[in-house]
Design a binder for this molecule. Structure first.
Ligand code: PMP
Length: 282
């Protein structure tokens, strides 16, 4: 049995109902967070709720009534859904409006929906020797506020669907020959032992895992250069990784059909070292 939480109460998955007049349904007018939970403990929860607060603020969606109770609700939901590792989705839409209108009624109250599912173990933890991800690059078709974690994910869905139909594992978006981010991840590349990732801007989501990985690297005495990553260079990288809350760190070994010239075994790779020490700062 799967439990969810809607606005003020826990409901079974089969019971939960939201009006089609909810602006999340009509316009994709909402924001969300995905929080990984390990052994029933949410990982980097404060960072995730901080970003949710910023997404609400940027979009002018009100904080839900139960805003201060969200950590407690997550705790209870995780207990109810029993898996020891879970992905918790916290979604807030602008709420149910009386009529369809782009301009919201100021009286509209936000909808809070929280759900969770089992978080599968990162396959590169179970088998670090498995083949790296194969991705394709696509011109970034998204809007100019990718820093907001909006539920409006049509561009990401179309891109990932296209890659999946071609048997690829994912997508890296580029703008004018420069990498922005993955369709659901941030991108890192290593050249001559220097780690580079795209700088924070309106073109990317400021990933919680990105920040965590930068802290892990700094903790090992490795500086990360936050600068433009050229697509033509990334094909020549020593290592490429994608990072996200549900994927953690995963290596990429093929981009646009071109096999990267990876000389190191996984044991000497930085991505593997980072995965091994992933929880060392928590
Ligand atoms: N960029 C995009 C577009 C994403 O969807 C995600 C995953 N939510 C990320 C980056 C990584 O963010 P995080 O590390 O906070 O999961």
């Amino acid at each position: 049995m799967t439990w969810t939480y809607l606005n003020k109460e826990f409901l079974r998955r089969e019971e939960v109902k939201i009006s089609p007049f909810d602006r999340g349904f009509l316009f994709g007018d909402g924001v969300y967070e995905v929080i990984p939970v390990y052994e029933e403990k949410p990982f980097l929860l404060e960072d995730h709720l901080g970003r949710l607060g910023r997404s609400l603020n940027s979009t002018g969606i009100k904080n839900p009534q139960k805003w201060n109770d969200i950590p407690g609700i997550i705790h209870e939901l995780v207990k109810k859904n029993t898996f020891s590792n879970q992905s918790v989705y916290v979604q807030v839409t602008r709420g149910e409006d009386s009529i369809r209108n782009h301009i919201p009624d100021p009286k509209v109250q936000p909808t809070l929906f929280i759900t969770s599912s089992e978080l599968k173990v990162n396959p590169y933890r179970l088998d670090p020797e498995r083949k790296g991800l194969e991705v394709k690059t696509l011109e970034d078709p998204r809007w100019n506020r990718c820093d907001i974690k909006a539920v409006t994910l049509l561009s990401n869905i179309m891109a990932m669907n296209e890659a999946n139909l071609e048997g690829k594992d994912g997508v890296i978006f580029c703008t004018n020959g420069e990498v922005t981010e993955g369709a659901a991840s941030n991108v890192f590349a290593v050249f001559d032992n220097q780690v580079i990732t795209t700088p924070e801007s309106n073109q990317i989501l400021s990933g919680i895992t990105r920040k965590h990985v930068i802290s892990l690297l700094n903790n090992k005495g490795i500086e990360v250069q936050e600068r433009v990553l050229k697509l033509e260079d990334i094909y020549k990288a020593e290592e490429v990784w994608v990072t996200s809350s549900t994927q953690e760190i995963q290596p990429v070994t093929k981009i646009d059909g071109r096999e990267l010239d990876i000389k190191k075994s996984y044991k000497d790779s930085l991505w593997h070292e980072l995965l091994t020490s992933y929880f060392s700062l928590a």
